[in-house]
Design a protein around this ligand. Structure first.
Ligand code: NAD
Ligand code: UGA
Length: 465
């Protein structure tokens, strides 16, 4: 297609879990825009141009194939693509700082700031810059100051358009989001820029689902949305501990409270803990921001959500060891699932990492199975295995993982784990055989009748001894 046939040129900097799927969806819904995704990671850019995409996301490859080479392009040439772009989404990573002031809490904005400086240096015309990454509230203020001090007479409008997609359901979330949020300065130029971005989303999203706000509300809403979601999980997980002491059943409690329409039934599944690259980092960032404004009580409140999560992970492993007669040394333990949730290969901050590390420290012999995350699991565990990599085995076959195991721990809620032949698995295992259901996805009565000792999050313990 000749260049001038496109209405506008959109650039996305950062070809990760957000940049890739988001831009693929915009490309599919808006054939009138030319979209290019750039990244400093050449291997990632190469992979986006094959059918072996750098991330696993149901339905993503189909969308990418529809638009790749038509109006969706991938490149490592950042500067020339910045020059050509009218609208730039920035979706680079914003991890927790691991050094200096704010270490362990504040967002590390080095990637974001580098991007801002690249934009400033390479630009030759006015542009709309959109924060897609999750950022501390008031980051756009710093960006405005960096970008608008340029001496080339170029004007940049900075917008915040945080992304709310969840991994594993990204395509569905992008196609039919609960809402899209676009924050801007409430100046004539800010509102004009905001309307241009509204126009992009209005190609497939009803207007009443496209929310607009001031810049700071948009930035803060993203952190708060993640904090609220994680808070629900920590709340239900804290109650799961009480259920285990009282023979109340967490699924029944979740169901009973979730039917109250004011509470709602989503995000009430008790688990071994929440994982993923964002909940912990975004809450810690919120905590850091509150502290920096002297709001210490508010900071402590949100910090407790993260503390309960790590308590839950620890509680899970401690319970495994206690039930297995206070030692797992030399015992075979099969971990079913390593991804931080089902339908993704992503293992960032997965509770499985903590569980695996702790069991390795206790000299257990692990076999890890996962349909999509074995590659990432190996990377995650490398630093903890030193030279003794043989203490951990990996297989995509759960039956193979269960062979000769003393225990199975369900760590990811993959659907396929619900329908395995547990009678066959029981026969393959050492006795007494234990199942620790960290996701409450199995039929515990049935397992107990087969002969398993069953310990599930927030459920009465079922044991034969
Ligand atoms: P990611 O690590 O998968 O991708 C970020 C990409 O940015 C990487 O490929 C990296 O190489 C690239 N990058 C870094 N610096 C660059 C630079 N200077 N120039 C060009 N490319 C650069 O991260 P992600 O999961 O896509 O998350 C991105 C942002 O979106 C984060 O702020 C995150 O909090 C937020 N977010 C993530 C999700 C999610 O589900 N993963 C959902 C909503 C929001
Ligand atoms: C989450 C949010 O849901 C997205 O809206 C947000 O855009 C994203 O973070 C982000 O900012 O990165 P994601 O982490 O991909 O998405 O996945 P979730 O479905 O939220 O699950 C997070 C973790 O919580 C997983 O480990 C999951 O297993 C766990 N979880 C979820 C529970 O333990 N119980 C539940 O009831 C729900």
């Amino acid at each position: 297609m000749a260049e001038k046939e496109f209405k506008k040129r959109i650039l996305c900097i950062g070809a990760g879990y957000v940049g890739g799927p988001t831009m693929a969806m915009i490309a599919q819904k808006c054939p009138q825009y030319e979209i290019t995704i750039v990244d400093i990671n050449a291997a990632r850019i190469d992979a986006w141009q094959t059918d072996d995409l750098p991330i696993y996301e149901p339905g993503l490859l189909e969308v990418v194939k529809l638009v790749r080479g038509k109006n969706l392009f991938f490149s490592t040439d950042i500067d020339s693509n910045i020059k050509k772009a009218d609208i730039i989404f920035v979706s680079v990573n914003t991890p927790t700082k691991t050094y200096g002031e704010g270490e362990g809490k504040a967002a590390d904005l080095q990637f974001w700031e580098k991007t801002a400086r690249s934009i400033m240096n390479a630009s030759e015309s006015d542009k709309i810059i959109i924060e897609k990454s999750t950022l501390p509230v008031r980051t756009a203020y710093a960006m405005e100051r960096i970008l608008n001090v340029n001496t080339k007479g170029i004007h940049f409008d900075i917008l915040s358009n945080p992304e709310f997609l969840a991994e594993g359901s990204a395509i569905k979330d992008l196609e039919n989001p609960d809402r899209v949020l676009i924050g801007s300065r409430e100046t004539a130029s800010g509102i004009k820029a905001r309307n241009e971005v509204v126009d992009i989303y209005a190609n497939w999203i009803p207007r009443n689902k496209i929310l607009t706000s001031n810049l700071w509300s948009a930035e803060l809403s993203k952190l708060v949305a993640n904090a609220f979601l994680a808070q629900r999980i920590s709340s239900i997980n804290s109650i799961s501990a009480l259920c285990e002491k009282t023979e109340a059943n967490i699924s029944e409690v979740s169901n009973a409270i979730g039917t109250d329409s004011r509470i709602g039934n989503k995000f009430l599944n008790a688990s071994v803990g929440f994982g993923g690259s964002c909940f912990k980092k975004d809450i810690l960032n919120l905590v850091y921001i509150c502290e920096s404004y002297g709001l210490h009580e508010v900071a402590r409140y949100w910090e407790s959500v993260v503390k309960i999560n790590s308590y839950q992970e620890k509680r899970f492993v401690k319970n495994m060891i206690t039930l297995m007669f206070n030692t797992v040394s030399g015992k075979n333990v099969a971990l079913f699932g390593f991804a931080f949730k089902a339908n993704t290969g992503d293992t960032r901050e997965s509770p499985a990492i903590y569980v695996a590390r702790h069991l390795i420290n206790e000299h257990a012999k692990l076999t890890i199975t996962d349909p999509k995350a074995i590659g990432n699991a190996k990377e995650e565990l490398k630093p903890y295995l030193k030279e003794d990599i043989s203490s951990v085995q990996f297989t995509e076959n759960p039956y193979e993982a269960a062979k000769d195991a003393h225990a199975i721990a369900i760590l990811t809620e993959w659907n396929e784990y619900r329908d395995l032949d547990y009678k066959k698995i029981f026969e393959l295992m050492e006795k007494p055989a234990f199942i620790f259901d960290g996701r409450d996805i199995l039929d515990h009565e049935k397992l107990f009748k087969i002969g398993f000792n069953v310990s599930a999050i927030g459920k009465p313990l079922m044991k034969h001894f």
